[in-house]
Design a protein around this ligand. Structure first.
Ligand SMILES: Cc1cc2nc3c(=O)[nH]c(=O)nc-3n(C[C@H](O)[C@H](O)[C@H](O)COP(=O)(O)OP(=O)(O)OC[C@H]3O[C@@H](n4cnc5c(N)ncnc54)[C@H](O)[C@@H]3O)c2cc1C
Ligand code: FES
Ligand code: FES
Length: 472
């Protein structure tokens, strides 16, 4: 590791010291850089796919707030000028010692392989919360796997510490001031504004758009033999913020799922059922709204939510911006209507109106840290006679794209939710065309969709808040 005060070279901060990202001959992950270049081997490599949390480190966001992130699927090119804290740095902080002692006192570590990752996740929690509830702790460690201790002692260790942990102020939290940086065969391009973005996409043709990298970096190899250009969007401030207007929100494409989660807590609360199960806290620190739609996956969690909210997308190309309804965006399996050199700049989401109810449910093989097998979102409005005035249903995982369930919605409206099982099966058979894959069979998906519609029916008729996916 080389440390010195040079402005013009790619650099970032590890454990509050400046580190030059020098002599790097590949598009290296932060995990490999930490372990091989810096010899910070406390950060462990488990799955290398964002699934186990062994590689968790802390990153400060632009507001100076701490969050855990998976270093195995984060590239060095994505964190220039950012502050990172590893277990080596944390263990030197006197403020972090009580947490480590609390975990020790509850025998929360056997082989110890997972422990640095758990400590990182717990530190990010304890920086914000003095006395988090057990369920908040469960959510916090949902991205961390322990293969031998079992979770009880780990949860008890975190619960037993009744104080907040204070961290030093980060040195800098912005994005890179550089315009480009080269790592082996990979060149990162860092536009800072939409103007610079348009300039770049107007003259370049062959590049990859990168935001959080939680999808794309899984495919990208560390040493690429071919030259490649990466257009990194996250340093564009106007694309990383949420604007609140009178009747809508404008959500920048680079807004992370953690930020979107905060918006949902306030304005789209029923969607939290889905959002707090989007990957893990580590994934949500990096994953973005634009990246989720950009994958155009039929099981991406955000599409059904935005479809029922009747969101619009703002797409930017060399000739400027155009707006399309999100329903016109998905064109086929992982296909979308982006033209060459176009990208998503923001999602425009109308606020819900008085009398609107929204719902969302996600079914996956595991409760936490798993992509959906199928999902359902709904928005409905009842009139003063308690009859359905309007209903929009959308689903993921039951066709090649996220879908509207038009026939089913009509049935629910016409019958005012008092439909027969046969009528529901017939309506759904027109709307969905599930396939069998690793996540579930077509038969399971059809049956589970019936179950989700029934869950919605019960939630509305009982007038209770949304029935949780775990309630029977
Ligand atoms: C362990 C794990 C768990 C996950 N769990 C979930 C889950 O529960 N639910 C879920 O939906 N997904 C999940 N994912 C997938 C992924 O995290 C999300 O799709 C995420 O939102 C992608 O965002 P990103 O910024 O990381 O995208 P990136 O990896 O940066 O990009 C993804 C794709 O979108 C393109 N792209 C990025 N930004 C834009 C833009 N502004 N305009 C156009 N194209 C763009 C990129 O070129 C790339 O093709 C998970 C992934 C992992 C590794
Ligand atoms: S090594 Fe498993 S999440 Fe990174
Ligand atoms: S203590 Fe061994 S994996 Fe957790």
């Amino acid at each position: 590791m080389e440390k010195q005060n040079k402005q013009s070279e790619p650099s970032f901060y590890i454990n509050f010291e400046k580190v030059l990202a020098r002599n790097i001959d590949s598009n290296i992950s932060l995990l490999n850089f930490l372990r091989h270049n810096c010899k910070f081997t406390g950060t462990k490599e488990g799955c290398s796919e964002g699934d186990c949390g062994a590689c968790s480190v802390l990153i400060f966001d632009e507001t100076g707030s701490l969050a855990p992130v998976n270093s195995c699927i984060l590239k060095v090119g994505q964190i220039l000028d950012k502050n990172i804290v590893t277990i080596e740095g944390a263990s030197k902080l006197s403020s972090a010692k009580p947490l480590i002692e609390a975990l020790n006192s509850k025998a929360a570590s056997q082989c110890g392989f997972c422990t640095p990752g758990f400590v990182m996740a717990a530190l990010a929690l304890k920086e914000k919360h003095k006395n988090p509830s057990e369920s908040v702790i469960h959510d916090t460690i949902s991205g961390n796997l322990c293969r031998c201790t079992g979770y009880r002692p780990i949860v008890d260790g975190i619960l037993s510490l009744e104080e907040k942990i204070k961290f030093p102020t980060p040195i800098s939290c912005g994005g890179s001031k550089l315009k480009t940086a080269v790592f082996g065969n990979t060149t990162y391009i860092y536009p800072k504004s939409k103007k610079e973005l348009i300039e770049f996409i107007s003259k370049e043709k062959n590049y990859t758009i990168l935001s959080g990298g939680t999808d794309w970096n899984l495919e990208a190899e560390d040493s690429n033999f071919k030259k490649q250009k990466i257009l990194f969007l996250n340093n564009i401030k106007e694309m990383s913020t949420i604007k609140t207007l009178a009747s809508s929100f404008e959500i920048g494409a680079c807004v992370t799922l953690s930020k979107f989660e905060k918006l949902c807590r306030e304005f789209f609360h029923p969607f939290l059922d889905t959002i707090i199960r989007f990957g893990s806290p580590q994934i949500r620190t990096a994953a973005t709204v634009g990246g989720n739609l950009g994958t155009s996956s039929p099981i991406g969690d955000l599409a059904p939510l935005f479809l029922v909210l009747e969101a619009k997308l703002s797409l930017l190309g060399p000739r400027g911006e155009r707006t399309i309804p999100i329903k016109d965006f998905f064109k086929g399996y992982r296909k979308n209507s982006l033209k060459r050199n176009e990208l998503i700049v923001k999602v425009m989401v109308p606020k819900t109106k008085k009398g609107d109810s929204i719902f969302s449910w996600k079914l996956s093989k595991r409760y936490d840290q798993d992509i959906s097998t199928l999902s359902l979102a709904a928005k409905l409005k009842m009139d003063k006679n308690q009859a359905i005035e309007n209903i929009i249903l959308s689903a993921g995982g039951v066709g090649p794209t996220p879908l509207f369930l038009d026939k089913t919605g009509k049935l629910l409206k016409d019958s005012n939710l008092l439909f027969s099982q046969n009528a529901l099966l017939t309506a759904l058979s027109h709307d969905i065309s599930p396939i069998s894959d690793l996540r579930g069979t077509a038969t399971y998906r059809s049956a589970a969709m019936v179950g989700l519609i029934r869950k919605m029916q019960r939630s509305v008729i009982s007038g209770e808040k949304q029935h949780s996916i775990m309630s029977i």
